[in-house]
Each structure stands twice: as C-alpha cells, then as structure tokens.
Design a protein around this ligand. Structure first.
Ligand SMILES: [Zn+2]
Ligand SMILES: [Zn+2]
Length: 320
C-alpha cells in the first residue's frame, strides 16, 4: 500500500507507505553505506543514494484504494534519496574536514537543483535524523532528501508569514529576526561574517538552534563560493557545540528551509537550517504529548537563554 490520502479535517495530505514495513532484516554488523557493501561505489567522498524504501517515488504504483470526494487519493509521486556524508562509518559531521564538508554542500545544492527541476517536484526537503532516539537504525553518517509534489503544510505556513511581513513592512522577517538576535546577543551560539546561529527567542525545543546566512538569500543555489565555505565552517561549529555539550553524538533533526521549486520567485524567503534535538538534557527525551498534539501549542519546559549559554560555553548547567 503506497499512496497519498487526504485528511479533509486537517486539510493536508498524509503519506501511506506500508511497503516500508517489509524492510529486510539486515545482519547487525553489515552496513549498506560502507564501501564494499555492493550497494555504494567502492570509492566515494560524498554520495547521493536512491532510498531503497522510498516514501515518494518517481514511478509510483497506482493507489490501492479508490478516490472519493471525501477521501481524495493520489499517487506517491516524488523522490527520496539518502545523502552519504563520508565513506567512514564512524565519522560524524563535526569531524569532517572543511573541504569535505564543502563537497557535501555542493552535493546538497546539486540534488536540490536536479530534483527541483523535475516537473512533478514542487518542494525539496533536505534533512537529517541523527541518533537512535529519532529511530535511526544505520549509524553511518547520512542525511536524506524528500522531494514532494506539493509544498508541505509547514513550509507553506512559514512562507505565508514571511510573505505577509514582506508585504506589510517591506522587509524580510528573518533579516529582522537576525538583527534582533544580534541586538540581544544572549542566545547567539556562533557568529561569523557570513552566518549566524542562535537559539531563537521562540524556541520550542531545549537546544533548538537556527542557522542563517546573513545575506538575504533563498536557497543553497544563491551561496557564493566564499559563503559556501563559510557555511561548512558554521555547520561544523554548530554540530561540534552539540557534540561537546554532553560529550556524545548529540541526537537531532536537522531541517533545511529553502524556497519551493514550483517556479515561484519567493523573494521574501530567507534560507535557513533548523536543528531540533529530542532531548531535555543528557538523558531525558522530550516527548510530544497530548496537550501539544491536541492544541498545536508547543511547551518549552526549559530556560531558553540558559540553554543557549550551555551550548555557547559547552558547559551543561545543573537542572533543578
Ligand atoms: Zn557504514
Ligand atoms: Zn532575509
């Protein structure tokens, strides 16, 4: 069973990808992403690998159920790729050399452009799930790309807010957020000539970090070569802050926010990378429970400025 089903109450699609449950049982030691596995080239630095169990497919099967006015159904047209960061099984993003990270950034950009240029792809989401608490089963350093046939609801809502601010005030919402964070200064994690990373004023997750280019640009495609190098440095610095804090490979969801690939200009959009770690502290997981799911209102149970200070200084503070 593989199809899109429409939820008319939420007004959004859900992906049904029941075929994903039939994943073969892998031998514990065997890693498909290591050179020599037969699944990837024997020599690579970074590599885009078609997902073996895609949620979205270039040639999707026909839906298993009939569409009806109250239950619209569509095919799962799109693409899913795995982006391998390094041939080294034990490497982490924070360990990679800057020229290696630059290759990764160039690959992300190329896949964003190539997938985005397909007529059935309107939104390309680059992301990484890191850590077993997020359900990652293969520890080999990698991220993913989902290419959607529509602009998903979260980016849609963000773009609508960015557009409204742009129209109402003639400025970019995120450029103003960056200025406000710089003025305040208490939540900044990394600040260099081209990029800035901070725990946003409105963080919903403890240790949530947003990373922005200081120049107003819409996607990876707009980075100059100098900015791309600086992006590599900033990304490494942020992940290193995470890994240093509790001296562990810190789990997170990393999400790239780029303009849709439906042909629109989206001049009001400001490219960014958002990190959502699922931990409250070293040991405790941040669960999303009934109040938050039911209301859509998230609860951050931590002192946001203190969490920023911990990340900046690399020193956890005692929680009461
Ligand atoms: Zn591996
Ligand atoms: Zn901007």
């Amino acid at each position: 069973m593989a199809e899109l089903r429409w939820n008319p109450i939420q007004g959004q699609w859900i992906i049904v990808a029941a075929h994903r449950r039939n994943r073969p049982h892998r031998p514990k030691e065997w890693c498909p992403f290591c050179p020599g596995s037969g699944k990837v080239p024997d020599g690579y630095d970074v590599y885009a690998y078609p997902n073996d169990f895609p949620s979205l497919m270039e040639n999707p099967p026909e839906p298993d159920v009939e569409s009806s006015p109250i239950s619209p159904v569509d095919t799962l047209r799109g693409a899913c790729e795995v982006i391998l960061y390094s041939p080294e099984h034990e490497a982490t993003l924070a360990d990679l050399h800057l020229d290696h990270l630059r290759k990764l950034i160039d690959l992300w950009r190329e896949r964003y452009e190539t997938l985005g240029s397909k007529d059935f792809v309107n939104y390309v989401l680059i992301f990484e799930n890191r850590g077993d608490v997020i359900g990652v089963t293969i520890t080999h350093p990698h991220g993913q790309i989902y290419a959607y046939p529509f602009v998903p609801p979260r980016p849609q809502r963000e773009l609508a807010n960015e557009e409204k601010y742009w129209v109402d005030r003639g400025r970019c919402l995120c450029c103003d957020i960056i200025d406000s964070e710089k003025d305040n200064g208490r939540r900044i994690i990394v600040d260099n000539p081209h990029f800035i990373a901070f725990v946003p004023f409105f963080a919903a997750y403890p240790y949530e970090v947003h990373l922005y280019p200081k120049r107003h640009l819409q996607s990876l495609s707009d980075l100059t070569s100098e900015e791309a190098n600086s992006f590599a440095k900033t990304l490494k610095a942020v992940v290193r802050k995470y890994d240093n804090l509790f001296d562990m490979t810190f789990p997170y969801m990393m999400i790239f926010s780029q303009k849709p690939t439906d042909g629109g200009a989206y001049l009001y959009h400001h490219f960014r990378v958002e990190f959502y770690p699922p931990l409250m502290d070293e040991k405790n997981i941040r669960y999303i429970a009934g109040g938050e799911t039911g209301s859509g209102v998230q609860v951050n149970p931590t002192d946001i400025e203190a969490k920023a200070r911990e990340l900046r200084l690399g020193a956890p503070e005692k929680s009461e």
